[in-house]
Write a protein that binds this ligand. Structure first.
Ligand code: 5GP
Ligand code: MN
Length: 330
């Protein structure tokens, strides 16, 4: 899965791993970096190896080197793996890709690519893949072989729910609802998943959100754009840990007439940027062209090695280029 994994990266990986385990394979799930506290409850998360944890590095390297099959989920550019990218690239195993991002990097084996940029979530693709594979499995007709059990359904539902913005973004197709209906038949408790993901914040995270909304949210009506900034000092002041800033960028879009929102965070010696947009304005193109990033049309991210002030200056300087497109959004 990609660095700083979100619920789709983690949920799709764990759901897929759980399927492979059930089919008798020897599976290890590796995350390049640590991940948010509200994903730790996901079934199987306790066995995820975090590559950047110093004691794990050697073990992860060996596993990747020896793997017959390396399953890459929820990313399609090896740079999204941080230092792990080079290891995966050089490993002899078959590389399989399950993803819905737009980046055109082709590192996976062509026969092992399950890549659909129209898919709402990687977890949706894992659902589809399991349906296809299970239909041809030797024990498909066995009564205990229902493809999705509750733990697997929780993982996949977490990914689909978050990547569709709880079923309100334009990527919420009939197929999404049909997949979820099928997962619910396994006994999945959707309220529990929603609560454990969204209503599970330390108080300091809500206070950080309050601070950003009252002090750090800027609206530029002429560009129908809102942006927010967070300095390293503010993250320390609010005891922010990984994942605590997820979702803050979405608040910019709640301002009337705003169709693009950006959040700039000073973290680990670089500026991490999150973009969100409404309608057909592509923040993916903007992130790709100016901020070494990518993602989806309405949700993308990138980073710079500049200071926070320089990054904002760059962002403000490119807005005129996008003004007509921002104004045209319905
Ligand atoms: P977020 O704002 O939640 O970090 O990311 C939103 C979307 O943009 C996700 O689909 C994520 O995969 C993508 N994204 C975020 N940061 C980067 C980046 O640095 N590079 C690329 N290529 N995609 C990114
Ligand atoms: Mn995803």
């Amino acid at each position: 899965m990609h660095r700083d994994p979100d619920a789709d990266a983690m949920g799709s990986s764990l759901g897929w791993a759980s399927y492979l385990l059930r089919r008798g394979h020897d599976v290890t799930v590796i995350s390049p970096t640590d991940y948010a506290q509200n994903l730790r409850w996901l079934p199987g998360a306790d066995s995820v190896l975090v590559y950047e944890d110093a004691p794990m590095k050697k073990h992860c390297k060996q596993l990747i080197q020896e793997a017959t099959l390396i399953c890459c989920l929820d990313f399609s550019a090896l740079s999204r793996l941080k230092d792990l990218g080079k290891l995966v690239q050089e490993a002899p195993g078959i590389k399989m890709l399950v993803d819905h991002h737009l980046e055109p990097e082709l590192f996976a084996d062509p026969d092992f690519m399950f890549w659909d940029t129209q898919a709402a979530a990687t977890a949706q693709l894992v659902y589809d893949l399991i349906k296809i594979l299970d239909g041809s499995a030797p024990d498909a007709a066995a009564p205990d072989a229902a493809p999705f059990d509750v733990p697997m359904s929780e993982c996949l539902y977490a990914g689909i729910m978050t990547d569709t913005g709880s079923f309100r973004h334009g990527n919420t197709t009939p197929e999404v609802h049909l997949a979820v209906a099928d997962l619910m038949r396994s006994g999945l408790d959707i309220s529990r998943v929603h609560r454990l993901i969204f209503d599970n914040s330390p108080l300091s995270r809500l206070q950080l959100l309050g601070h950003v909304l009252s002090e750090k949210l800027h609206v530029l009506p002429e560009y129908r754009t809102a942006y927010m900034t967070l300095t390293a000092d503010e993250l320390i002041q609010y005891q922010s840990s990984i994942g605590d800033t997820d979702g803050i960028v979405n608040y910019g879009l709640q301002v009337e007439d705003v169709v693009m929102s950006a959040l700039f965070i000073e973290r680990k010696g670089e500026i991490k940027i999150s973009f969100r947009s409404a309608g057909d304005f592509s923040v993916r193109d903007l992130a790709f062209t100016y901020f070494s990033g990518g993602g989806h049309r309405n949700a993308s991210g990138g980073r710079t090695q500049l200071t926070l002030a320089e990054t904002i200056e760059q962002f403000l300087s490119i807005l005129p280029e996008y003004q007509l497109r921002l104004q045209a959004v319905q």
